[in-house]
Every structure is written in structure tokens, then in C-alpha cells.
Design a protein around this ligand. Structure first.
Ligand code: SDX
Length: 385
């Protein structure tokens, strides 16, 4: 193995097949089980896209009704999860809160028999676990934001579908259809993106025949990083630093002089722009109009123009998502937990696909440490010689 055969970060390395989604940087396109994500975002409720990712097909009306029935059964914040979150300091990062909550749900699911030999679970058990996590995450994320604001939790409402109920539990106000539609689109756009770092993490854990919950907890840890899911939170911190469009040029010139990475721009796979950005930008535009915030649009456009013209690096999905979630009223620290609530559908689709392949993921490494040497005075025994 020579150093130049090493592909750091697995950049450009195809490690397996997947039927869940296709990311094509040449055509700047993204297909979920063959459907262009733009078409799904424009026509489907998030529940239907979850079904598509898990089963491979869009649901019939009966299948959608059944998924909605099961989702409603598992929307309420489990008492032991609330108790676990309440043990955490208010200053705990919400990503750590959600990671803890998923751990509690996993540890409480003793149906798996407890033995590591039963951990991986059957396809039916894992689909049920996937739906339960997808159903519980809105309550977990909403509770975290309300707890930090010293507000009581809001009970879910059965008369509201997934996205509207998510907003209801977070803000305790009747959700506006314009906001529900923009939020629903963001959940669809964030749901799946082939072997990104957090999804691949989930697949590595699953490849050892470990359980779905352990794989999701590991994926949450990977998603938290600002080079990955944490970027949507980081974008908002940048917007707050800049303040208004007039400050973009001096701020950017100072940031680039400090060699800072400008969060929300760039992508390991897309090099001519992220296929999801136009759809999310359109959703942001509806929110800018709905909340009458042309200042947000001006800052967004100015920073994009100045950075792209200087670096030729384009926005990724996190760039329009950050200001969109801010306009809706989510705390900046809640942004990446929203990414979890959406991506749990893609992660679990990949976990179930990996579980079916039964192939341990274990790459090689090229050693570049000290040559072999021995402990001073050590004399190997006769057996060891
Ligand atoms: C997500 O993989 C996925 O699909 C992820 C995701 C998903 O849906 O799961 O799409 C979600 O994670 C989107 C990405 C969110 N991250 C950010 O916005 C963080 C900022 N972006 C960069 O850190 C960077 O663009 C990466 C990490 C996303 C991708 O970088 P690469 O492909 O590993 O390339 P690189 O970091 O080596 O950058 C190449 C050059 C470097 O310059 P040099 O050091 O060679 O001189 O471009 C520069 C980088 O410094 N560069 C940037 C930059 N992105 C790249 N410089 C400043 N700001 C940036 N944002």
C-alpha cells in the first residue's frame, strides 16, 4: 500500500451500492427511490416520503392512512424520555439531548431479547422501530426548545398531520399553511442523501449486526459536526455575526483572511451547486414574504454573491435552511435537531438495507508509525519464541 493509493475521507470512493437514493453531481440531481426530490417536495406530505424511503414505493391512500395512524400512536413524548432530558443541564446542546433521548428509547425497547445476538432485529421489528423514532422525534425536539424557554410541553394533536403537528408542539400556536408547506418541503429535502458521513456511520454500526438505535445514536454524533449537519446552525451564527447586507463585504474579507470556512457553502459531492438549494430557496422566499423580512433576503443574496464570486464555491442545503428555520421561530440550536427528525427516515432506510447485506465494513490502513521495536530487557519465553 503506497501513500498515493490512500483516499483520505473516502473522497470519490464507491464502497457499496444502494437503492435508496441517487446523487448525481453531473446532472445536479437527487432521486429518492427514482423520484426527483423536487417533485416529491412539491407534491408529497413528509409522511409519504418516509414511506417511500422505507418501502421503495409511494404509499397508496390506505398505506398513508395506516402510517399516519401508527405515527399518531407514538407522537407523545415518552415519560422516561422527558425524565432523562430533565436530568440534563439546560445548557446541554440540543443535539446531545436528542442523542440521549434516542438512547433512552433504544434501551427501553427490550423486545429485542437483550442478547447481542438478537440486537440486529428482524426487518419487521426494524421498520416498526424506524416509525417509532420518526414519530417521537418531533415531540423530543419541540420539548427541548420549549424547556430552554421555560415553557411547558404542548401535547400533540391528532387533527394535524406530521409537519403541522411538529410546529404546533414547538410553538403552541395554530400553524399557518404557508409555514407548514415550507417546513414540510425542508423535511423532504433533508431526508436522504446517499452515503453522507452520518448515514455511512449508521451503516458501519449496522454492519457489525448491532442494533438500529445504536446506529441512529452514532449517526446523530456524526451529524452534529459543523462540516455536516451542524452547518445549518453555523449558517445562522454567521448571519447573526454579519447583521445586515451592508456588512457582508467587510465581514467576508476578514473571514477569508482568517481562512475561516464559511458554513453553508461547498459540498463533497456537488461541485456546481447542491441540487436541493433551488427548492429550499423557493421555500425561504415564501417565508420572507410571509413574515415581510426583505432584510433576510438581502443578506442571503449579498453573502451568496460575494462568496461565490470570490471562491466559486456554491451554497449547500444548509444555507437557505438556516434563515428559513429562523424565520419560522426555531431557536438556532434547534436547527440541527430538525435535520435529525428528517434524516432519521433516510438513516433507517439505509440501516435496513445494510442489515440485509450482512457485510462487515472494515477498511484497511497504511501504517506510518515507528518501525518495530522491543521493550527494554524483555526476553520472550520459550513458548513465544
Ligand atoms: C451537509 O455529504 C452530504 O451529502 C452532506 C449533506 C447531506 O445532505 O447529508 O449534503 C449535508 O453536510 C452539507 C455540507 C455542510 N457543511 C458546510 O456547509 C461546512 C462548510 N463546507 C466545507 O467545510 C466543505 O465544503 C465540505 C466539508 C462540505 C466539503 O469539503 P470537501 O469536498 O472535503 O473539500 P475541501 O473541504 O477539501 O475544500 C476544498 C477547498 C479547500 O481549499 P484549500 O484548503 O484546498 O485551499 O475549498 C475550500 C477549502 O478550504 N472550501 C471552503 C469551503 N468549502 C470548501 N472554504 C471556505 N468555506 C467553505 N465553505
Amino acid at each position: 500500500m503506497t501513500e498515493n493509493e490512500i483516499r483520505k475521507g473516502l473522497a470519490g470512493v464507491v464502497v457499496d451500492t444502494t437503492a435508496v437514493s441517487k446523487v448525481n453531481p453531473e446532472t445536479n440531481s437527487l432521486l429518492y427511490r427514482g423520484y426527483p426530490v423536487q417533485e416529491l417536495a412539491a407534491t408529497q406530505p413528509f409522511e409519504a416520503v418516509a414511506h417511500l424511503l422505507w418501502s421503495g414505493e409511494l404509499p397508496s391512500p390506505e398505506q398513508l392512512a395506516e402510517l399516519r395512524r401508527i405515527e399518531r400512536e407514538h407522537r407523545a413524548l415518552p415519560d422516561n424520555v422527558r425524565a432523562a432530558i430533565d436530568l440534563l443541564p439546560l445548557e446541554a446542546h440540543p443535539m446531545d439531548e436528542v442523542r440521549t433521548a434516542v438512547s433512552v428509547i433504544g434501551a427501553s425497547d427490550t423486545a429485542g431479547g437483550g442478547s447481542v445476538l438478537d440486537a440486529s432485529g428482524s426487518p419487521e421489528e426494524n421498520l416498526a422501530r424506524s416509525i417509532r423514532l420518526y414519530a417521537a422525534l418531533p415531540a423530543i425536539v419541540a420539548y427541548g426548545q420549549r424547556r430552554r424557554r421555560a415553557l411547558d410541553p404542548v401535547e400533540p394533536r391528532d387533527d394535524l398531520d406530521y409537519s403541522a403537528n411538529f410546529l404546533w408542539m414547538t410553538f403552541g400556536e395554530e400553524p399557518d399553511p404557508v409555514v407548514v408547506d415550507a417546513f414540510n418541503r425542508s423535511m423532504i429535502l433533508y431526508a436522504e442523501h446517499s452515503f453522507n458521513a452520518s448515514t455511512f456511520t449508521a451503516r458501519v454500526v449496522t454492519s457489525t449486526l448491532s442494533d438500529l438505535y445504536s446506529a441512529v445514536v452514532a449517526a446523530i454524533g456524526a451529524l452534529k459536526g459543523p462540516l455536516h449537519g451542524g452547518a445549518n446552525e453555523a449558517v445562522m451564527h454567521i448571519f447573526d455575526e454579519i447583521g445586515s447586507a451592508e456588512n457582508v463585504v467587510p465581514w467576508l474579507e476578514a473571514a477569508l483572511a482568517e481562512k475561516r470556512k464559511i458554513m453553508g457553502f461547498g459540498h463533497r459531492v456537488y461541485k456546481k451547486g447542491d441540487s436541493r438549494v433551488p427548492t429550499m430557496k423557493a421555500a425561504l422566499d415564501t417565508l420572507v414574504e410571509h413574515y415581510d423580512r426583505p432584510d433576510v433576503a438581502a443578506l442571503y443574496t449579498a453573502l451568496e454573491h460575494e462568496f461565490v464570486s470570490r471562491k466559486g464555491i456554491y451554497p449547500n442545503l444548509d444555507y437557505p435552511s438556516g434563515p428559513a428555520y429562523n424565520l419560522i421561530g426555531f431557536d438556532t440550536l434547534t436547527f440541527t435537531p430538525l435535520f435529525i427528525a428528517s434524516r432519521v427516515t433516510g438513516w433507517t432506510a439505509h440501516i435496513m438495507e445494510q442489515a440485509g447485506s450482512n457485510a462487515l465494513i472494515r477498511p484497511l490502513s497504511a501504517y506510518n508509525g515507528p518501525d518495530e521495536r522491543h521493550v527494554e530487557g524483555y526476553v520472550a519465553s520459550a513458548e513465544e519464541r
